[in-house]
Design a binder for this molecule. Structure first.
Ligand SMILES: NCc1[nH]cc(CCC(=O)O)c1CC(=O)O
Length: 306
C-alpha cells in the first residue's frame, strides 16, 4: 500500500490568510491529496511600521517564499494583489482559483455611504490608491492612514475612532464579515487593486510538472481569473508600479473577450486618468501593457514615480 504524500501548505497567521489557505487546502483534499497547514509569521504581520519602510511590495510574501524554497512547506497561498509582479526565481504560480469579488467595500458607521458621510468624516485606509480615490470622490473627508489586519481595521469603526474604513469585499466575505459592508464600490468608478480578489497558489518550479500536487492544482485553476489577473498585473508592471501605487485595474472575460481597464490617480486627489482595451484572453499581458502605455501617454506617469 502506498501512502499519499503529505502536502504542507504554508500560511501567514492572520485570520484572512488562514481562511484563504484552508479554502485551497480543502479543495486539494477533495482532489485526493493529504494536506496540512504550516503557520508562519511575516515581518509585515509583526511590525506596525509603514509598508514602505519594511521594503514595500512583497513583505508579506517573503517569509512564505523563503520557507517554500527551503522545503519547509510544499505550497503557499497568496492574495495575488500582495505579490510583486516580478516572478520569484525557482517558484511558479501554479493555480489561481475562481476570483472572489474584486470590489472595494466601504464599511461605515450607521449605514453611511460615500455620498452621505458628513464633511470632515474620518475614513481609514493604508492604501495610496484608496486614499487617492477618496480624495478624488470626496475632497472634504479626512483620510486617516491605518495599518493592521481586517479585524483590527473594522475595530476602528466599531470603537468610534473612525467613521469608516475601506477594505476589499473579498477579504470580508472570506472571513464571514460581509455584515460590516455598507456599500460595495462599483468597479466602473472605483476599480480595485490589480489582482484583488484572486488567490495565487505558489509551488517550487521542480514540482510544477508530473506531480500529484501539480495535477490537483490544475483541477482548481480558473483560466478567466488567470487571464484577468495577468492583464491587471502586466498593467502594473509596465507602469513600474507596485501594490502601493495609486493605480486601480479591472479586467473581465466575457464571451471569450478580455476587457481591461486601468485608472491612475494623482495621490493628492482631484485628477485621474482611465484607459481601456480589449482582445483575446491569451494576449492578456500585451493588453495590460497597452493600457498602461495609454495611461502614461495621458500623463499618469508622474503620479506613480513622483
Ligand atoms: N493588503 C491586504 C490585503 N490583501 C488581500 C486582501 C483582501 C483579499 C483580496 O483582495 O484578495 C487584503 C485586505 C484588504 O485589502 O482589505
Amino acid at each position: 500500500m502506498t501512502a499519499v504524500a503529505l502536502t504542507r501548505i504554508g500560511t501567514r497567521a492572520s485570520r484572512l490568510a488562514r481562511t484563504q489557505t484552508q479554502t485551497v487546502a480543502d479543495a486539494l483534499t477533495a482532489a485526493g491529496l493529504r494536506t496540512e497547514l504550516v503557520p508562519m509569521t511575516s515581518e509585515g504581520d509583526r511590525s506596525r511600521a509603514s509598508l514602505a519602510s519594511l521594503g514595500g511590495t512583497g513583505v508579506f510574501a517573503a517569509v512564505l517564499r523563503t520557507a517554500l524554497l527551503a522545503g519547509e512547506c510544499d505550497a503557499v497561498v497568496h492574495s495575488l494583489k500582495d505579490l510583486p509582479t516580478t516572478p520569484h526565481p525557482g517558484l511558479v504560480v501554479a493555480a489561481t482559483p475562481p476570483r472572489e469579488d474584486a470590489r472595494d467595500a466601504l464599511c461605515a458607521r450607521d449605514g453611511l455611504t460615500l455620498a452621505t458621510l458628513p464633511a470632515g468624516a474620518r475614513v481609514g485606509t493604508g492604501s495610496p490608491r484608496r486614499a487617492a480615490q477618496l480624495r478624488t470622490a470626496r475632497p472634504d473627508l479626512e483620510v486617516v492612514d491605518i495599518r493592521g489586519n481586517v479585524d483590527t481595521r473594522l475595530g476602528f469603526v466599531s470603537d468610534g475612532e473612525l467613521d469608516a474604513v475601506i477594505l476589499a469585499a473579498a477579504g470580508l466575505r472570506r472571513i464571514g464579515r460581509a455584515d460590516a459592508i455598507t456599500v460595495e464600490l462599483g468597479l466602473d468608478t472605483w476599480p480595485g487593486a490589480p489582482g484583488q480578489g484572486v488567490l495565487a497558489v505558489e509551488i517550487r518550479e521542480g514540482d510544477a510538472t508530473g506531480t500529484p500536487l501539480a495535477a490537483a492544482l490544475a483541477g482548481i485553476h480558473d483560466v478567466d481569473a488567470w487571464a484577468a489577473a495577468t492583464a491587471e498585473r502586466s498593467l502594473l508592471a509596465t507602469l513600474e508600479a507596485g501594490c502601493a501605487a495609486p493605480v486601480g485595474a479591472t479586467a473581465t472575460v466575457s464571451d471569450g473577450v478580455l476587457t481591461v481597464s486601468g485608472s491612475a490617480y494623482r495621490p493628492g486627489g482631484g485628477e485621474s486618468r482611465t484607459a481601456t482595451a480589449s482582445g483575446r484572453p491569451d494576449e492578456a499581458a500585451a493588453i495590460g501593457s497597452a493600457v498602461a502605455a495609454d495611461l502614461i501617454a495621458a500623463g499618469a506617469g508622474a503620479w506613480i514615480t513622483g
